[in-house]
Design a protein around this ligand. Structure first.
Ligand code: ZN
Length: 81
């Protein structure tokens, strides 16, 4: 019986250590995120436009404007021009 109690105790201690480790990791990550401002990717705020031919959405800067509307730069989409 005391052997069983010992293993239960070991299990509980392991669980507590694991929990503490997780919390520490999580806190460290949160501190790291707070200290470094989120990097802004260029063109992230650009409005999305839809290719009139294939229907794919892409940033307006990557699209080209034709008389029909925006077109993507996909080779397959522009092959039959
Ligand atoms: Zn397209």
């Amino acid at each position: 019986m005391s052997k069983l109690l010992f293993w239960v105790l070991v299990f509980i201690v392991a669980l507590i250590v694991w929990r503490l480790w997780n919390i520490r990791q999580w806190n460290a990550r949160r501190r790291h995120d707070a200290s470094s401002p989120p990097k802004k990717k260029p063109g992230r705020d650009e409005p999305m436009v839809q290719c009139v031919r294939c229907g794919v959405f892409l940033p307006r800067g990557d699209a080209r404007l034709t008389h029909n509307g925006y077109r993507c730069n996909d080779e397959a989409c522009n092959r039959h021009d």
